[in-house]
Each structure stands twice: as structure tokens, then as C-alpha cells.
Design a protein around this ligand. Structure first.
Ligand SMILES: *Cc1c(COP(=O)(O)O)cnc(C)c1O
Length: 373
């Protein structure tokens, strides 16, 4: 689905010397590259505070820990997302409240949020799924009206821009109270292991996030609150510092791939190509089509037999996962979510794709649909 080797080859000498430098300095934990990358990312995102951490799941967990919630408090989130978004809610003794998504953008449907709000609701966690922003103006307005916090899961949308109704442009993850991202290798800004970060414009939240990620301490060995140990390794920060200047070109390369696919599939009525809402850019962490009148399983097998990977993100929505059994939501009526799990298919997309590969993939997808569907 991704080609990280070819991407590495283009920046190899810089990355190799940065890694060797960290090893030679032996500054493995909280070395200078961590704060340098943090400042670079703050500048790129135009956000006051970036707090690096160990991975995107930790970022979401620490964000919720920083909001001072009590067990049983409710967190509104889509069910159609990667499990990490919803898992941390349950892990902290909070209650996930699943809201359906829009069938075109795949992001949470703001018109379904208010009916899910109760006097226990404290947070909304929109997910900028596949690389475009959820409808943040509508979400922020609801949050303001009901005095709720907003934690953006921007693990798939680092680099995306959202244009507000008033014309202001914000980077994904910098609009709510806290944004959470992941530097997992295959993400749009990936490191060579695990990594993550939280963003906020609130100085108090920033201090709290930093403290929680560091065993609840500000002064060494004085632990004010229960925290955890979640750090971005110096080696990973050194790699990210080199890769960050390429993020926009990486996103542009993905957009080019998406444009090719869109064009190639434009006449295929069994394929709905991804819709992009007008107020957001799309950085295509995934290129996800919707199929109708096509046996998805057979298409996947056909592609596979021709050396073409494809993936279903996500085959089982959160509300049906065994881990949430105790919440008794498996039969909750989320028609769009349920439908999408049955018809979506993600095709290979990455920064190094070549014309020849795109021709090969689209030719086979179309051939299968025309001959067997
Ligand atoms: C990748 C991802 C995460 C988790 O990130 P990790 O770094 O793997 O912990 C969370 N949410 C979404 C939507 C993701 O895609």
C-alpha cells in the first residue's frame, strides 16, 4: 500500500547522518532534536504548542486525561474510525457515544451530534478520516453552544487545511482544544518507528499535556498527577525534522495519485470516487472508493492475484467490536457506518507512485468490474 523504501532513498544521506549523530551524541531521550522538531512543527502548523509523545494512541489518551473528566463522562465520536480513537475513551473509564458519519466525506455527521448530547457529555472527538477535515465550523459551534471540549484526531490528516466560514485557514488539528496526530511510518508524515504529538493553543492545556506525558511531574521526582511515560525518541525526532520540510510535497504527490484515480474511474458507474468537501483540502492518507454492484471480496482477491494490494478501512465499526460489548451498542442504528464497512475499498497511494503502476492498478480494477461484476 505504501513504498517507504523509495521515499527513504531520496533523503537517505540526510537521514543516515542525523541518526548517526544521535547515536554518537548518545542523546537518545529528549535530545535537542526533539525540541527542534517541536518548534519546526509549531511553525508549520501555526499553533502555539506542540507536545511530542510516543504514538498517536497515547496522544489521544493523554488529551482526554488532560481534560479533567470523571468516569462515566460521555465522549462523542464516530464509530467509523481506527480503533485507537474509541479505545482510549473506554480505557479511561469514559463512555463512547457513537455518532454516524456522512456517506460522502466519511467524517462525523454534525447534524447527528446534538441528539447524542446528554448532561454527561463532555467532549467531541471528530476524526479527519482518510485525510480531509471533518466539518469543523459546525462541530465547533455545537461544542461552544453546549460547553464541550473538542479533541481532533488528525492522525490521517496532518498537512490538511480547513477554510472557516469567515475565510480564516487553519491546519487540521489546530481548531479544537487539542489535536492529536501519529507519526506511524505509513502516515503522511511518518517516522521510522512509533511517534506522535498533541497540539494546542491553550497554555494551560499545554502544561497539563506535557506534565501527564512525563509521569505527572514538572519538577523531577515530584509527581502532582497520575501520568504516563510517553516520549518521542530523539532518533525519531531527528528523522521527522528532516522529513517535515517535505510534508507539503508528499501531500501534493498523494493528491496527484488521487487525481489520476478519479479520472480513470470517472466513467465507471460501480465506483464512487472520494468526495472532497469544499472547505477542506484532502491529503489522501487513504484513497478510498465506494463500490456498488461489485463483489468486493472477489475484487480484492483478483487484485491480489495480480500483485495489487488493497485494504478495507475499516471492516468492523467500533460499536460492533468485542472490546465495547459492555456498552451494549452493537445493535445501535448507524446506517451509514454499517453500509460503508461493506462497500469501501482503499487502493495503494503513496508519495512514490509511478504512472506505470497507476495504469496497471486502474486497468485491473476496471477489467474486473467490466468482466465479472
Ligand atoms: C494511526 C491512527 C491512530 C493511532 O496512531 P498510532 O501512532 O498508531 O498509535 C489514531 N487514529 C487514527 C484515525 C489513526 O489513523
Amino acid at each position: 500500500m505504501v513504498d517507504l523504501q523509495s521515499q527513504y532513498q531520496k533523503i537517505k544521506s540526510d537521514v543516515d547522518s542525523a541518526i548517526i549523530n544521535v547515536i554518537e551524541q548518545a542523546n537518545f531521550i529528549n535530545g535537542p532534536e526533539v525540541s527542534e522538531f517541536k518548534s519546526d512543527l509549531e511553525r508549520y502548523l501555526n499553533v502555539s504548542h506542540v507536545i511530542p509523545c510516543a504514538n498517536g494512541t497515547d496522544a489521544l489518551q493523554i488529551a482526554l486525561m488532560a481534560l479533567g473528566l470523571k468516569p462515566g463522562d460521555e465522549v462523542i465520536t464516530p464509530s467509523f474510525t481506527y480503533i485507537a480513537t474509541t479505545e482510549v475513551i473506554a480505557l479511561l473509564g469514559l463512555t463512547p457515544i457513537f455518532v454516524d458519519v456522512l456517506s460522502d466525506t466519511f467524517c462525523i455527521d454534525p447534524s447527528k451530534i446534538e441528539e447524542a448530547i446528554t448532561d454527561k457529555t463532555k467532549v467531541i472527538v471528530p476524526v479527519h478520516l482518510y485525510g480531509q477535515c471533518a466539518d469543523m465550523d459546525a462541530i465547533l459551534e455545537i461544542a461552544k453552544k453546549h460547553n464541550l471540549k473538542v479533541v481532533e484526531d488528525t492522525a490521517q490528516a496532518i498537512g490538511a487545511d480547513y477554510t472557516h466560514k469567515n475565510g480564516k485557514v487553519s491546519k487540521a488539528g489546530t481548531m479544537g482544544d487539542i489535536g492529536c496526530t501519529s507519526f506511524f511510518p505509513s502516515k503522511n508524515l511518518g517516522c521510522y518507528g512509533d511517534g506522535g504529538a498533541m497540539y494546542t493553543n491553550d497554555v494551560h492545556l499545554a502544561a497539563s499535556l506535557k506534565k501527564i506525558a512525563n509521569h505527572g511531574q514538572v519538577i523531577k521526582y515530584h509527581h502532582e498527577v497520575v501520568g504516563c511515560n510517553s516520549r518521542l525518541d530523539t532518533i525519531q525526532a531527528a528523522i521527522l525534522k528532516i522529513k517535515l520540510p517535505f510534508l507539503d510535497s508528499y501531500c501534493a504527490a498523494r493528491q496527484k495519485v488521487a487525481a489520476y484515480y478519479n479520472q480513470a474511474f470517472s466513467e465507471v458507474k460501480q465506483i464512487t470516487t472520494p468526495y472532497k468537501a469544499p472547505n477542506t483540502t484532502h491529503v489522501y492518507h487513504q484513497y478510498t472508493i465506494k463500490l456498488s454492484g461489485v463483489d468486493r471480496k472477489e475484487l480484492i482477491e483478483y487484485l491480489n492475484s495480480h500483485g495489487i494490494p488493497s485494504m478495507i478501512y475499516y471492516p468492523l465499526p467500533a460499536h460492533k467490536q468485542g472490546m465495547f460489548k459492555s456498552f451494549g451498542k452493537e445493535n445501535q442504528d448507524l446506517p451509514i457506518t454499517n453500509h460503508l464497512t461493506e462497500c469501501v475499498l482503499s487502493l495503494p497511494i503513496h508519495t512514490e507512485m509511478e504512472q506505470e503502476q497507476l495504469e496497471y492498478i486502474t486497468k485491473h480494477v476496471i477489467h474486473f468490474i467490466k468482466s465479472f461484476a
